[in-house]
Ligand binder design. Structure first.
Ligand SMILES: NC(=O)c1ccc[n+]([C@@H]2O[C@H](COP(=O)([O-])OP(=O)(O)OC[C@H]3O[C@@H](n4cnc5c(N)ncnc54)[C@H](O)[C@@H]3O)[C@@H](O)[C@H]2O)c1
Length: 371
């Protein structure tokens, strides 16, 4: 199969869909890999590395989109890329369609088979292709939050860990899943007062067992949130309803009640964000102030540490990429019930329940498609 890897064009996105060792694996199995020149530069992977692995280097993305049967990317295709996608082609990447009607409409109109990393599931119901990037974003969140709390960034001038005689910052983490747990680990390490809020008692039990008395856990209710959000120096949004738009747990009124110069890092912004005041930002312009609170809502946080993120992503995507290339998308989806959950759009129809629901569009029948 002809597998193509374009250079990412989202703002400051330096990750790349395949690393050279993944390319070598494809070549060993008889596939051909077209790599856009410079695609791996930001992750410290040179054209020479890809060539040595057996990849064919091409200029620009037109040939990649024009000729590839399977396109392996990192972030959702932007409008210019969506125009190049076509029927009969498979796109394997993050899509985050539930909060993005424009992209959904374009992918429906384009006709390509679009398989989203973030809805591929594991036997335990986890999201194996989202997990490593949630780990990265979670670990980055206290770091960027600490920076936003500095006066020069519009923050309230609080040091996350405090100093002897001056208390540390209050860090509230909404969601104790993958990104929330990793955010807690780093915030605790930086010496902050950390509270994790979740609606699952089992999640709170796990967080409590993992961190002991170094973290407070609170069951998520509207009243509890209203009370705790007011106290936060740094609020980290890390909730997820798989495939669906993030629940707006933080109302504008709650944000108004926060201390001036407090910070919200909304990791969940890629699914629309969990605060009514959140809107997507970029690495070039990562923050804005609303209701006196600094908001950091970058949709591709792991792109800031592209090398770590690229390798972490390839570790989990490679088995699925190989399956798609070896068997073709239809047989791969028939054979693997977990990869099947990744199919979001095919030939103009939606196959992911939460995406169909978010946009009030009909859900097509997967069984019929694969029979
Ligand atoms: N911005 C970025 O660059 C970036 C990078 C990676 C991941 N993400 C996003 O981060 C978000 C979190 O991902 P994750 O892998 O940590 O998810 P996860 O499924 O591991 O954890 C989500 C947690 O949210 C909890 N939750 C759901 N509804 C809740 C509610 N009403 N109140 C309290 N808790 C609630 C769940 O119980 C779960 O524990 C996702 O939207 C993901 O796409 C963003």
């Amino acid at each position: 199969m002809l597998v193509g890897v374009p250079k990412e064009i989202k703002d400051h996105e330096s990750r790349v869909g395949l690393v050279p060792s993944s390319v070598a694996e494809l070549i060993r199995r008889g596939h051909v890999a077209l790599i856009q020149r410079g695609a791996g530069e930001g992750a410290g992977l040179s054209d020479g590395d890809f060539r040595a692995a057996g990849g064919t280097l091409v200029d620009g993305s037109e040939r990649i989109f024009g000729e590839s049967e399977l396109i392996v990317k990192v972030k959702e295709p932007l409008a210019a890329e969506r125009e190049l996608l076509r029927r009969g082609q498979v796109l394997f990447t993050y899509l985050h369609l539930a909060p993005d009607l424009d992209q959904t409409k374009d992918l429906i109109a384009g006709g390509a088979t679009c398989i989203a990393y973030e809805t591929v599931t594991s036997p335990s119901g986890g999201l194996p292709l989202l997990t490593p990037m949630s780990e990265v974003a979670g670990r980055l969140a206290p770091q960027v939050g600490a920076n936003c709390l500095e006066n020069s960034q519009g923050g309230r001038g609080v040091l996350l860990g405090g100093v002897p005689g001056v208390p540390p910052a209050d860090v509230i983490i909404l969601g104790g899943g993958v990104s929330g747990t990793h955010a807690a680990a780093i915030a605790i390490g930086m010496g902050a007062n950390v509270t994790v809020v979740d609606r699952s008692a089992d999640v709170l039990r796990r967080v409590s067992a993992q961190f002991g008395s170094r973290v407070r856990t609170i069951f998520s209710t509207r009243d509890a949130l209203a009370e705790i959000v007011r106290r936060a120096d740094l609020l980290i949004g890390a909730v997820l309803l798989p495939g669906a738009a993030a629940p707006k747990l933080i109302t504008r009124e709650m944000v108004k009640s926060m201390k001036p110069g407090a910070v919200i890092v909304d990791i969940a912004i890629d699914q629309g964000g969990c605060s009514e005041t959140s809107r997507p930002t970029t690495h070039s312009h990562p923050t804005y102030v609303d209701e006196g609170v600094v908001h950091y809502c970058v949709t591709n946080m792991p792109g800031a540490v592209a090398r770590t993120s690229t390798f972490a992503l390839n570790n989990v995507t490679l088995p699925f990429t190989l399956m798609l290339a070896d068997k073709g998308w239809k047989q791969a989806l028939r054979d693997d019930v977990y990869l099947r959950c990744g199919l979001n759009v095919h030939e103009g129809r939606i196959y992911c329940g939460p995406v169909a629901e978010a946009h009030r569009l009909p859900l097509a029948d997967m069984k019929e498609l694969l029979s």
